[in-house]
Design a protein around this ligand. Structure first.
Ligand SMILES: CC(C)(C)CN1C(=O)[C@@H](CC(=O)N[C@@H](CC(=O)O)C(=O)O)O[C@H](c2cccc3ccccc23)c2cc(Cl)ccc21
Length: 356
């Protein structure tokens, strides 16, 4: 029972989830009652916010409007049961915003505790996104510290929100929500950094560059910002581009011990799987992109067959240790071979892989 939100609204949310998130929808649906609908709403609210942040055309005539929408989304969107947005995003994401009032009515049917978490995370994420819109990400984030801060806003906060929702549902211990913020943050950073590394070309074509200048300047031919990032796609800069890529993969791998520590504290099987499946997909993706020039000419995705195998082997910490050490071992072997050829980054990669 979700209060005055009609069944039609709940059905809309369930249908929309399947449209905006390919394989992850099935993972959310297996969550227990008392957490499933809450997570669907949370996912859709975050997706709506992400759609506003991502739209580079809709606010061209009034850039201030994007900042106002991002900073005000938690209040305007989640308080107004008639809230809709037209002309933002495309395809199913635009449809989500045009019918957002239906999500709001389901949100308002959730318990006060759940609403508090979702509203708090939406507020802080929107404010953080707005800060970075100003920084003109076309030049890439400046430093590794800003890279971590951006990932904290768009993904680390999701970890904090989910951790608090797990506790709110009574299915996981509250201590996970208080003392373990750092671990929950790492869960998000690991996923987001993997996405940013994998989506290099796609983002560059969209005029966005999330790769931190602090890293690619070290390897980029000339210090001309926007071109350098694009120059990586050209063959003659291939070696430098791969060194930059390997450094970012190594940086992402540093979060693995925290992610494993976080998941070792989960007790509910469905919640464990909900957290573990994106993690095993990410470690497999990092292994596939490490020192892989295809990253600069297309989007490197793991094969469907491997994805299915990973999903079947994400049921216990034993499964996770096996999966993570297997992929870390593959990366370490590639790094060792590169180090023999005088590669500069691979020694650091080896050190990080030995920690996993
Ligand atoms: C940016 C992001 C990593 C937070 C996005 N994010 C995720 O990536 C999804 C997975 C997903 O959407 N996969 C896509 C793959 C793809 O789109 O390429 C799929 O369709 O299979 O998982 C995360 C997610 C799941 C479980 C625990 C998490 C802890 C901290 C942070 C995020 C956590 C997620 C949970 C929620 Cl509630 C909302 C968003 C996310």
């Amino acid at each position: 029972d979700v209060g005055h939100a009609g069944d039609a609204d709940v059905r809309f949310c369930a249908d929309m989830l399947g449209r905006v998130s390919r394989s992850f929808a099935a993972v959310i649906r297996q969550l227990p009652k008392g957490l499933c609908l809450e997570t669907v709403v949370f996912y859709l609210v975050l997706r709506a916010l992400d759609t506003v942040e991502d739209d580079m055309e809709a606010f061209q005539k009034d850039p201030g409007a994007k900042l106002r929408h991002l900073r005000g989304f938690y209040h305007v969107a989640l308080e107004d049961p008639e809230f809709k947005m037209h002309g933002v995003g495309k395809g199913d994401e635009a449809r989500l915003l045009e019918n957002f009032d239906r999500v709001v009515r389901v949100f308002q049917g959730l318990t006060p505790g759940m609403r508090t978490v979702i509203k708090d995370i939406t507020r802080r994420m929107g404010a953080g996104m707005a800060d970075f819109v100003d920084k003109d990400l076309g030049q890439g984030t400046i430093s590794l510290q800003e890279y971590d801060l951006y990932c904290h806003y768009v993904a680390g906060l999701v970890g904090e929100g989910l951790t608090r929702m797990f506790a709110e549902s009574g299915l996981e211990a509250p201590d996970l929500a208080t003392s373990r913020q750092e671990l929950a943050n790492s869960m998000g950073l690991f996923l987001q950094k993997t996405n940013i590394i994998r989506d290099y070309l796609e983002d560059f074509v969209d005029g966005r560059a999330f790769w931190p200048q602090e890293v690619w300047k070290r390897h980029a031919p000339s210090a001309v910002p926007a071109q350098s990032l694009g120059a990586f796609a050209e063959a003659e800069h291939r070696e430098r581009a791969l060194a930059c890529l390997d450094e970012l993969v190594t940086n992402a791998l540093e979060h693995v011990p925290d992610c494993l520590a976080y998941m070792s504290r989960l007790h509910t099987p469905q919640i464990f799987r909900f957290c573990a499946i994106p993690q095993v997909m990410a470690i497999a993706t990092l292994e596939k992109v490490y020192h892989n020039p295809d990253v600069f000419t297309g989007v490197v995705k793991i094969r469907k067959g491997l994805a299915c195998k990973l999903i079947m082997e994400a049921n216990s910490m034993g499964d996770l240790y096996t999966c993570f050490s297997s992929f870390a071992g593959k990366i370490a072997r590639r790094a060792a071979a590169l180090e023999k050829r005088g590669d500069s980054v691979s020694a650091q990669t080896l050190r990080v892989c030995e920690e996993i």
